[in-house]
Design a protein around this ligand. Structure first.
Ligand code: GDP
Ligand code: MG
Length: 164
């Protein structure tokens, strides 16, 4: 079976942008509006010559009050459970938020292999957030810029190493 990678993290950290980079498509919708990704998007990614299935998870669905955290948590948990590797994405410019910490706990509890991805690292504004990411307890973060295509070789290397 082809290994499956799940991209998880809170809304707006750049999951869909990373998905598009790794799959070489525009299949996932990217938006400044948190929660645009309504459905899970699946595609194929070439990681250093290995073809892998990759899933982009939605951060949110409709902004129906009360249902949001529940939907986020359930969808994220389902993606994690069926993944051979989790790419856990944070926005290094924002630093580590309470929501990041909640999701990180879920990822740690799953025992799944994980690569911690510090996105939006194209400028100095991300330095502090990158170092904050160590405290998530998910190992050393890999600095990338999904939008600018930086750090993707490092990410591929870490992802393949984590897959074993
Ligand atoms: P998602 O909600 O996690 O799927 O995030 P999106 O991929 O939809 O991106 C949310 C916003 O972050 C969009 O405005 C993207 O253009 C922007 N973004 C994504 N990656 C980067 C990056 O590497 N650097 C910067 N500065 N912005 C990014
Ligand atoms: Mg998205």
């Amino acid at each position: 079976m082809t290994p499956k990678i799940a991209i998880v993290g809170r809304p707006n950290v750049g999951k869909s942008t990373l998905f598009n980079r790794l799959t070489g498509t525009r299949a996932a919708l990217v938006s400044d509006l948190p929660g645009l990704t309504r459905d899970r998007k699946e595609g194929e990614a070439d990681l250093g010559g290995h073809m892998l299935n990759i899933v982009d998870t939605a951060g949110l669905e409709e902004a129906t009050e009360g249902s949001i955290p529940d939907r986020m948590r359930r969808q994220t948990e389902a993606a994690i459970e069926t993944a051979d590797l989790v790419l856990f994405v944070i926005d290094a410019r924002d630093g580590v938020t309470a929501t990041d910490e909640t999701f990180a706990r879920t990822v740690r509890a799953s025992g799944r292999p994980v690569v911690l991805v510090a996105n939006k690292c194209e400028g100095r504004r991300a330095d502090e957030g990158f170092y904050e990411a160590f405290r998530l307890g998910l190992g050393e973060p890999v600095a990338i810029s999904a939008e600018h295509g930086l750090g993707l070789i490092d990410l591929e290397r870490d992802a393949l190493a984590a897959l074993g």
